[in-house]
Design a protein around this ligand. Structure first.
Ligand SMILES: NC(=O)c1ccc[n+]([C@@H]2O[C@H](COP(=O)([O-])OP(=O)(O)OC[C@H]3O[C@@H](n4cnc5c(N)ncnc54)[C@H](OP(=O)(O)O)[C@@H]3O)[C@@H](O)[C@H]2O)c1
Length: 322
């Protein structure tokens, strides 16, 4: 099968033929239609975080996908060949024509989503769901501040929090205001012009951090007993305690069951999936440059001239595989 591989840390991505994977009894073989790119792919490939995010080289990147079940393992009862599915990998393998994946890590593709849209959903939506509900225990009537509200994870956080009955404030570029308002944000703070802690008059119950930076600024705007959940950096327990709040860094623990619940919200139109840009799998290097530009400096990858420009559309960058 055709696959994108990284042969050495920080090396180029190569596109070549590799053996098609075989499946274990609890796995399915998925013919991948689309995959999506994540900042984590770039971090893992760079080797800069290899102590905490090791990869086995040569490595096929790819944390999420949509596709069609080709084969099922002997213990798999929930799926049959021909089923349209989407899901997450164990951190490897989706930039390829076929993927062997645990049946418990996938869900049925929402019928109203294209394969392109479905591939954009699993990582961002589950990160938002877990950040809001598993870790921050967000409830109706509470107020949440989402940093990076217009990003891939942020747009799910805004939609899910709003749907849960919370008041949503988001930091984002000012020209994302209309978009974010349309998906449920009550207030946008333009991070390019304003320091959020200087303009927020009332304190919030939850901060969901998808950007990073000085966490003390976020701790300052939390109510006593509030919580800061960061998807991007550790939170000092001493600093949090000094502000009489709690804080934690989350790491996505995906599940097919959670994805199935999210799939139903997509299917009934409660939330929506957005694709920013589509590239062919062969053009993965351009896709990575595009993504690197959205969090300049965070990955230590200096953005190229093109990548330094702000992406014009919202949502994920997807790769067309078949
Ligand atoms: N812990 C986990 O399990 C987990 C899972 C998924 C993702 N993540 C991490 O979460 C982060 C966000 O991921 P993503 O896929 O949502 O990224 P993304 O789609 O690239 O979105 C990044 C967003 O951040 C905005 N932004 C940049 N600087 C900002 C600032 N100072 N204040 C407010 N917004 C700012 C950008 O807006 P402009 O374009 O207008 O600058 C963009 O909308 C990444 O670091 C990713 O690695 C962690």
């Amino acid at each position: 099968m055709k696959a994108v591989r990284l042969l050495e840390y920080d090396g180029p991505l190569v596109f070549n033929e590799v053996p098609t994977p075989t499946i274990a009894s609890d796995e399915v073989l998925v013919g991948i239609r689309y995959t999506a790119v994540n900042h984590l792919d770039l971090v893992e490939a760079s080797g800069k975080a290899r102590q905490i995010l090791p990869i086995d080289l040569p490595w096929i990147p790819g944390h999420e996908f949509s596709g069609v079940v080709e084969q099922i393992g002997s213990d798999v009862a929930a799926y049959a060949p021909g089923d349209a599915v989407f899901g997450t990998t164990t951190g490897t393998g989706a930039y390829a024509e076929y993927l062997a994946v645990k049946a418990m890590a996938i869900a049925r593709k929402p019928s109203n989503l294209s394969f392109e849209e479905a591939a954009s959903v699993p990582v961002a939506s589950q990160t938002a769901w877990q950040g809001l509900f598993t870790h921050a225990h967000l409830k109706a009537g509470q107020t949440i501040l989402v940093h990076g509200g217009a990003g891939a994870v942020g747009t799910y956080a805004v939609q899910l929090a709003s749907n849960a009955g919370a008041t949503v404030i988001a930091t984002a570029s000012g020209n994302d205001e209309a978009y974010l308002t349309s998906i449920g944000a009550g207030r946008i703070i333009d991070y390019r012009k304003t320091q959020f802690e200087k303009v927020l008059q009332e304190k919030v119950d939850v901060v969901f951090d998808l950007v990073g930076g000085d966490i003390r600024r976020s701790l300052l705007v939390l109510k006593e007993g509030g919580i800061l959940v960061s998807a991007v950096q550790p939170v000092s327990q001493e600093e949090a305690a000094a502000h009489r709040v709690s804080g934690m860094m989350m790491r996505l623990a995906p599940s097919g069951e959670m994805l199935d619940r999210i799939g139903r919200l997509l299917e009934d139109g409660t939330i929506r999936a957005d694709v920013a840009t589509e590239y062919a799998l062969e053009d993965v290097t351009r896709a990575w440059e595009d993504l690197a530009g959205s969090l300049p400096g965070v990955h230590g990858m200096p953005p190229s001239g093109q990548a330094a420009a702000r992406r014009k559309s919202h949502g994920k960058i997807v790769l067309r595989v078949a």
